[in-house]
Each structure stands twice: as C-alpha cells, then as structure tokens.
Write a new protein. Sequence first.
Length: 302
Amino acid sequence: MPLPPHVADLTSIDLLLSVAELGSIGRAGRAHGMSQPAASSRIRALERRVGAPLLRRGARGTVLTEFGELVASWAAPVVRSAEDLATAIATLHAERVGHLQIAASQTVAEYLLPRWLVTLHTTAPHLVPTLSSGNSAVVADKVLAGDADVGFIESPAVPSSLDHRTVATDELVLVVAPGHEWISTPPSATDIVATALVTRETGSGTRSAYENAVAAAGLGQPAAALLEVSSTTAIKSAVGAGIGGAVLSSLAVASELAAGTLMRIPIPGLTLRRELRAIWPSGRVPTGPAADLLTVAATPQP
C-alpha cells in the first residue's frame, strides 16, 4: 500500500534527526547539502503533514518539541533501515558494474566471446571482464576452484559438480591442405578413423567430441595422434603445411575454408555437431554480470 504523505518523505525526517543531533537548522541543512531557508522550508512542510510542531526555536538553538522527540525516536530505525537499503543497492550496483572473471575453452574464447563481450559492454560499459582460456578440463577446474565466475566449455561431458546451460552449437569438420590425396580420393569414415591426425591435447573439448562421436558410430577408437598441439592456431598451421589432417571447430576454420587455404573433407556417417555450454558450481545460480553474460551468450547472434 502507498505510504501516507507524512512518512513518505524520508529526506525531511532524516533532516529532523540531524537538527536534533546538531541543535541547529542551519548546521543540519549544511550537513544535507541545502541552505538554511531550504531546510526550514522542508521542516515546516513536514510539520504541516504530521499536524503538529516538531521544533522549538530559542536563543540557544533549536530543540525538538515533545511531539518531535516521539517522532524522532520512531523515525530513527526507519531511517537506518533506509540507509541499509541504499548501501545494499549500491553494493549490488558495484557488483554488476565491477569485475567479471571468465574462463573459456579456446574455441569459445577466440571465436564467440569477443562478440558477446561487445554486446555486454553496451549495457554495462563500466564492467571489467577478465578472461583466461584453456582446454575444457582446465576451464572446469577453474570454475570449481572459484577462479572464474562462469566458464564456457566444448567437451561432451560436464562434471557432476557443475551446473550447465547450452549457449550455442558448433560443428566439427575434418580439414586438410590443398593438394592432399583425400581431396581427389574421398576416404571412408573407417579410413579416416584409422589415420593419425594432428590433434589437441587430452582434455580438449574438440578432441573429446571427436573421439566420442567415433565411438558412438561404432568405429572404435581413432588412431594415435600424429601430432599433439595445445593451440588451434598451431594446428591450422601444421595442417596447412601438409603435415596431416585435423578435426577442428567450423568456427575456427571458417576463414581458411573461405580463402581456400584449407579444404574440408566429409566424414560419411559421422555426426560431429556438439553443444557449447556455460558452466558454474552446482547450486549457485549466476547473478549480476555473470547472469548478464549468459543471457547475451544464449541470444542468437545476427
């Protein structure tokens, strides 16, 4: 229900408490950033609303009337509660425009997060995000250790101690250098699985997704890695140099495929679509900037 007018103006009630403390309307006004006439006007308006005089002015200063003393005693805890509310709102605002620690797998960190952060900046320009990247296993460890407010992974499995939400989908593709024999002679899925490829390290979401898809298709385990590299950029360089093929995110090789510096080889009968997930500790729903980033990440990009 709406507050009655004689209690709705907390500023005037707070001014009354300052008069009681400082013994002068002028000093109380200065403490509240207003002139003595303005302070006197607010007190008179408050007296009209409560229907009784609140102050008694004399040669030695200004004191509260008996009625004013009662009003002040009742008002003091209300004003303190209002101050607590103001502090809480300010703290919440500081959290929302403060810092945000993000951990993300390489694909998300390099090809999706920059756009998300640009969008987030339009609504939270004072936010200072901190990003650390690594493979999906490293990201999960950072979130569990409290070193990140939210994480983004690309691996098929999510640790049971983490809650998660799908924010995007991705497709893995097999790429080779121009002139590779598979371009003129397309291989079967069995041929591909039996061929050593350039791969990410153990714990990488891309590697795990490929291995799981191969197993789900009944093709066994992929051949041992031809070369293990912890950087997607380094893998693309190795493939472009003709060392061998690699299975990478379509996001990571889009520009190379468009330019013709890498070529895509279909893998018959193998589904390589995967979900990209946001993760956070179980039972702790993201709030503030982390929640805002999740909303941006889950919103389809133009």
